[in-house]
Design a protein around this ligand. Structure first.
Ligand code: NAD
Ligand code: MG
Length: 390
C-alpha cells in the first residue's frame, strides 16, 4: 500500500485527487488531508479515506473539525505549523494542491523526507524553484508536474534527450475575456472573471486565467521545472483547451499532447507514473470537435506575460516578489478595491519599487530568504495600492 497525503484536499485539485484515490481504496494508506474552512467536507474526506490526521488551516476551525471527527480515531489539528508538521510525516506520494505561496512549506517537507511530490501548486516553483528542485535532488525526492501544460510537456519528453529540445510551447485558453476590447476589460468584475469557458477551477486560479497571470506563473514554472532558457518558451492561445502543450525538437518535429480539459488526467498521470493506468476521463472525439485553433497572445491587453519575462530575466527572488504582489493584487480585485487591469499595474509598480531596494537579487536558495521577500513584497504591494487607489 502506498502512503499518501493531500494538501488542499478540499479544493478543486484536491477533490479530483480524492476522487481518483477513492476509486481504489485498497491501494493507498492515507496519512494527512488538509483543508481550509470547509471542515465538514474535510472530515467527510478523512472518514471516507480513513486518514490518520486532518488539518485545517484556521485555528478557529479546530473545534468544529474535532467535533466532526469525534469517535473516528482520526487526529485533528489546525494552523500553518500543523500543516507543515503533517507534511513531515513520511509518505510515498503527496499532492501539493494548496493555492498560493502557502503551499511552499508543506511541499518542501515532503521532499525533505525523500517523497514524491505531485505539484499542482505552481507558486512553489515561481517563488522558490531552485530551493524546491534542489531539495528534491539532495534528499532523493521527486517532483512530478500536475499543471496540465507541464504534465503535457513531461509526457511529450518521455524518452527524449533535453539537448534536442528547441522550444516548449504552452497553450492558454485565453479565458473569458479573450475577445474583450481593452476598455471593457477595465470594467470586468470578479463574477465575470471566474466564469472560465473550459475548466472548472478554484476562484483564484480562475481569475488568474482571465488576466493571464496564470500563464505568466506557468512560464516561470516551465523554466524552473524543465531548466529551459526563457527565450525557448512560447505561449500560444488555443481557445478549445485540447492541446495542452507542445515540445519542438531540433529536427523540426513537434510533439503535442492532447486531452480533455479534466485535471484527473494530469493528476492520475502523476499518481501512477511511471506506469500508465486507465483513468475515468472523457475520450476525445476529434471529428466532433472538428476544429482546433491557435492565435498569438495580445501583449497590450494582457501585460502579465511580459512581466513574467522580466521576472525571469531578473532572476533571484523576483519570482517570489512577483507571486506575492500578484496575490495581494488579486485579493484587492476580489474585494472590489481595484479594477481588473489594475492588478498588472500594481504588480509592475511593486516590482519597480523593490528593484530600488536590496534583496531582489538574492538567490532563492533558503526558505528564510524566500519568505522574507514574500513578506516584503506583500507589504510593498499594499503600499502601492494605498498610494494609487487608497
Ligand atoms: P482551490 O481554491 O479550489 O483549493 C485550494 C485548497 O487550498 C483548498 O483546500 C483550501 O482550503 C486550501 N487553502 C487555501 N488557502 C490556504 C492556506 N493559506 N493555507 C492552507 N490551505 C489553504 O484551488 P485549486 O483550483 O484546487 O488550485 C490549487 C493549486 O493548484 C493552485 O496552486 C493552482 O494554481 C493549481 N492548479 C489548479 C488547477 C485547477 O484546475 N484547479 C490546474 C492547474 C493548477
Ligand atoms: Mg495550467
Amino acid at each position: 500500500m502506498r502512503r499518501i497525503s493531500i494538501f488542499g484536499a478540499t479544493g478543486s485539485i484536491g477533490e479530483n485527487t480524492v476522487d481518483l484515490i477513492a476509486r481504489d481504496p485498497g491501494a493507498y494508506r492515507v496519512v494527512a488531508l488538509t483543508g481550509g474552512r470547509n471542515v465538514a467536507r474535510l472530515a467527510a474526506q478523512a472518514r471516507a479515506l480513513g486518514a490518520e490526521i486532518a488539518v485545517t488551516a484556521h485555528d478557529d476551525c479546530l473545534a468544529p473539525l474535532r467535533a466532526a471527527l469525534a469517535g473516528t480515531g482520526i487526529a485533528a489539528a489546525a494552523g500553518a505549523d500543523a500543516i507543515a508538521e503533517a507534511a513531515a510525516r513520511p509518505v510515498d506520494w503527496a499532492m501539493s494542491a494548496i493555492v498560493g505561496a502557502a503551499g511552499l512549506v508543506p511541499g518542501l517537507r515532503v521532499l525533505e523526507q525523500g517523497g514524491t511530490l505531485a505539484l499542482a501548486n505552481k507558486e512553489s516553483l515561481v517563488c522558490a524553484g531552485a530551493l524546491v528542485m534542489g531539495t528534491a535532488a539532495a534528499r532523493g525526492g521527486r517532483v512530478l508536474p500536475v499543471d496540465s501544460e507541464h504534465s503535457a510537456v513531461f509526457q511529450a519528453l518521455r524518452g527524449e534527450d533535453m539537448a534536442a529540445v528547441e522550444r516548449i510551447i504552452i497553450t492558454a485558453s485565453g479565458g473569458p475575456f479573450r475577445d474583450w476590447p481593452a476598455e471593457r476589460l477595465a470594467t470586468a468584475t470578479p463574477e465575470q472573471a471566474v466564469a472560465h469557458p473550459n475548466w472548472a477551477m478554484g476562484q483564484r486560479i480562475s481569475v488568474d486565467s482571465a488576466s493571464m497571470f496564470n500563464k505568466a506563473l506557468e512560464l516561470i514554472e516551465t523554466r524552473e521545472f524543465f531548466g529551459i532558457d526563457p527565450d525557448r518558451i512560447e505561449v500560444l492561445v488555443h481557445p478549445q483547451s485540447i492541446v495542452h502543450a507542445m515540445v519542438g525538437f531540433a529536427d523540426g518535429g513537434l510533439m503535442a499532447h492532447l486531452g480533455p480539459p479534466d485535471m484527473r488526467h494530469a493528476i492520475g498521470h502523476a499518481l501512477h507514473w511511471p506506469d500508465r493506468r486507465a483513468l475515468p476521463v472523457e475520450r476525445l472525439d476529434l471529428a466532433r470537435l472538428a476544429r482546433l485553433s491557435f492565435e498569438a497572445p495580445d501583449p497590450a491587453r494582457f501585460p502579465a506575460l511580459r512581466l513574467a519575462r522580466e521576472v525571469m530575466a531578473a532572476g533571484g527572488l523576483a519570482g517570489a516578489a512577483f507571486n506575492a504582489a500578484k496575490e495581494v493584487a488579486l485579493d484587492h480585485f476580489l474585494d472590489r478595491r481595484i479594477g481588473f487591469c489594475d492588478m498588472a499595474v500594481v504588480v509592475e509598480a511593486t516590482l519597480a519599487r523593490l528593484s530600488g531596494e536590496s534583496g531582489l537579487q538574492f538567490a532563492p536558495d533558503t526558505l528564510e530568504k524566500v519568505l522574507a521577500m514574500d513578506h516584503l513584497a506583500r507589504q510593498r504591494a499594499r503600499e502601492v495600492i494605498g498610494s494609487r487607489y487608497g
